[in-house]
Design a protein around this ligand. Structure first.
Ligand SMILES: [Zn+2]
Length: 515
C-alpha cells in the first residue's frame, strides 16, 4: 500500500457519488432519529495510557458528523466521555522497573484514583486526558468532556444501575446468546469498588432494592445504598447502552473490536432497547490507521505509540483533518512520516487552489470545507513544504508570512526527525573538492550566468543543460559537481531552487574560489 495520494482520493470519491460521507451519515441520522431539537453525537475512551492516533479517528469522525449536521441547519452537540471510572488494568510497559513494581499495587482501582507515574501531580487518568484534550483543541475539536468518575461518584447513574439489577436475568439472556459458555447464575451487571482499599476485588453478597452488601479480598465488608455512595459501576456491555439512553445519543462510531458479531455494539443495541427502551444510536465502524515511515523514530518512553501530538509536529492542523476527512471511516489508511509528507502537502495545496479558483467539484469542496478550521476569506499564501525544507536549512526564514511560519516549523521538525539524507544538507563556505578542467569550466560558466541580473529559476534550470553541453560534461556530472561544492554531497534539493534559496550572491562568492 502506498501513501495517500490524489489517485486514492479519487478512487474513494468518484465524482459521480452524490454525497460526501459525513453528509450522508448526517442525512441518515436525521432520517432515522426524526425531528429532534438537538442531535447528540458521542465518543469516548478509557484513559488507560497514551491515546494513540487510531483513537483520534473516532473523535474526528464524530466531529465531522456534528459539522455535517450543523451545515444542514441542525443543532448538534458532541459529548466526549472519559471512562475514567474504569479499572486500572495494566501497568505501562515502558515505566522504569521500580515504578512498574509500585504501580502494580494500583491494579483494580479506578484509573481516576491511580496517581500519575510521570511526576506531574495529576491522576493517572488526568495525565493522559489533558495531553489529548490539548492536541484536540489544536485541530479545532472541542467537545463537551464528561468525566465518568465524577458522575459515578455523585451517583448520577443510580436509576440505571437499579434497572440493570432488576432486569439482571434479561441481560444474562441477551449476553448468553453470543457466548460459548453461559454466564454464572450469580453473575451481576455491576462492579463494586471497595471503600477501604479502592479496588474492585469485591464479591457481592446481597442486593435488596438500593442496598448492596459486599465483601472485599482485603477483608473489608459493608452494606451501602448506591443512591448515596458512588462506588458502583455498570459493566462495560451494560454501561455503554445505559449511557446512550441517559444522554439520548443519536450517533456514535466504534472500532472494529466493538463491531464484530456478538460484540459490545450488537449486545448494547439489544440491551438499550430491551432494558432502557431506547433505540441505539446510529453507528459506524471505523478502521485502523497505519503509520508509515516512523519505525523506530518514536519515543521509547511512550512505548513507540504514535499520538496526535506526534502527527501535529509534522502536519498542519487542516492537513491532519484533510487526511481523515478524505477517507471514509470504514477504510484503513496510512499516515506517512516519510517523503510522502511532501506529496500530501502538495495535494492539499492543490485542493485549496481549486477551491478558491472555483475548480473544485462537490466532493472536493466539502473535503476542503471540513478540513479547514474555518474557511478563510481569501486563499492563504502558502509556501510549498518542499521549498521550506530548503529554506530552513539555508537560514532564509525571516520573510515568511503567517502561513509560512507555521508550516516552516513543521518542515523543521520533519527534517530533524524523519527526512532521509537526500533532504538534509549544510552549506559549504569553502570549495573543498578537486575539480577536472571541464568541471571548472562548467562552474565558472555557472558563476557568470548567476551574475546576470534578470535570471529567474526556470531560466536557470535551462542554463544547467546549456552549460553542461558547452563544457563537455554530462548533465548528471554537472549537478553532482554543483551539489558537492555547495552542500558537500552528490545529491540535494532541486538545484535552481536551492541556489535561489541560499541567495545568488552567496553562491557566486563560493564559486569565485574556483580558479
Ligand atoms: Zn478492599
Amino acid at each position: 500500500m502506498g501513501g495517500i495520494n490524489i489517485f486514492k482520493l479519487k478512487f474513494f470519491f468518484p465524482s459521480m457519488e452524490k454525497f460526501f460521507w459525513a453528509d450522508k451519515i448526517a442525512e441518515d441520522i436525521i432520517k432515522q432519529k426524526g425531528r429532534k431539537k438537538e442531535f447528540v453525537c458521542a465518543s469516548g475512551i478509557t484513559p488507560s495510557g497514551t491515546v494513540h492516533i487510531g483513537n483520534f479517528r473516532e473523535v474526528i469522525t464524530t466531529d465531522l458528523v456534528v459539522r455535517a449536521l450543523k451545515s444542514k441547519g441542525r443543532k448538534a452537540k458532541f459529548i466526549y466521555s472519559w471512562d475514567d471510572f474504569d479499572r486500572f488494568r495494566k501497568v505501562p510497559e515502558n515505566l522504569p522497573e521500580k515504578k512498574k513494581k509500585e504501580w502494580e499495587n494500583y491494579i483494580g482501582m479506578p484509573v481516576s484514583e491511580v496517581p500519575s507515574p510521570y511526576d506531574d501531580k495529576k491522576s493517572y487518568a488526568e495525565h493522559f486526558e489533558q495531553e489529548f484534550e490539548k492536541s484536540l483543541a489544536d485541530v479545532g475539536i472541542k467537545p463537551n468532556f464528561i468525566r465518568q468518575s465524577q458522575r459515578n461518584k455523585k451517583c448520577f447513574y443510580a436509576p440505571l444501575i437499579k434497572k440493570a439489577l432488576d432486569e439482571r436475568k434479561k441481560i444474562i439472556k441477551i449476553l448468553d446468546k453470543y457466548r460459548k459458555e453461559p454466564l454464572e447464575k450469580d453473575w451481576m451487571p455491576i462492579e463494586v469498588y471497595c471503600e477501604k482499599c479502592r479496588k474492585d476485588s469485591t464479591k457481592i453478597l446481597k442486593v435488596e432494592g438500593y442496598v448492596i452488601g459486599y465483601e472485599c479480598e482485603c477483608g473489608f465488608k459493608n452494606e451501602f445504598d448506591f443512591r448515596k455512595k458512588g462506588i458502583v459501576k455498570l459493566k462495560w456491555r451494560i454501561d455503554w447502552p445505559s449511557r446512550w439512553f441517559y444522554e439520548k445519543v443519536d450517533f456514535e462510531p466504534g472500532g472494529n473490536d466493538h463491531s464484530v458479531h456478538g460484540g459490545s455494539f450488537m449486545t448494547g443495541k439489544e440491551i438499550s432497547k430491551e432494558i432502557y427502551d431506547y433505540d441505539a444510536p446510529m453507528y459506524v465502524m471505523y478502521d485502523f490507521v497505519n503509520i508509515k515511515g516512523a519505525e523506530g523514530k518514536m519515543s521509547k518512553s511512550k512505548g513507540n505509540v504514535v499520538t496526535l501530538k506526534d502527527v501535529e509536529e509534522i502536519y498542519e492542523p487542516e492537513i491532519i483533518r484533510y487526511l481523515f476527512v478524505g477517507t471514509r471511516p470504514n477504510k484503513g489508511f496510512e499516515i506517512s512520516f516519510d517523503n510522502d509528507v511532501i506529496k500530501i502537502y502538495e495535494d492539499y495545496d492543490e485542493l485549496e487552489r481549486k477551491y478558491f479558483e472555483k475548480e473544485a467539484n462537490g466532493q472536493e469542496k466539502r473535503i476542503y470545507e471540513l478540513s479547514v478550521l474555518k474557511v478563510p476569506k481569501k486563499k492563504p499564501e502558502r509556501i510549498s513544504f518542499r521549498h521550506l525544507t530548503t529554506l530552513i536549512q539555508t537560514g532564509k526564514t525571516e520573510k515568511l508570512g503567517k502561513y509560512g511560519k507555521q508550516r516552516a516549523e513543521k518542515a523543521k521538525n520533519w527534517i530533524e526527525k524523519y527526512a532521509t539524507d537526500d533532504f538534509k544538507f549544510e552549506l559549504k563556505e569553502k570549495v573543498e573538492t578537486k575539480l577536472t578542467e571541464n568541471q571548472k569550466e562548467a562552474m565558472i560558466s555557472l558563476k557568470e550566468i548567476l551574475k546576470t541580473k534578470k535570471i529567474n529559476e526556470d531560466d536557470l534550470l535551462n542554463e544547467f543543460y546549456n552549460i553542461s553541453n558547452a563544457s563537455g560534461i554530462s548533465v548528471k556530472e554537472f549537478f553532482e559537481t554543483a551539489y558537492v561544492i555547495i552542500i558537500g554531497k552528490r545529491k540535494g534539493p532541486r538545484l535552481a531552487n536551492l541556489i535561489f534559496a541560499i541567495g545568488k550572491d552567496k553562491v557566486i562568492k563560493l564559486l569565485e574560489q574556483i580558479k
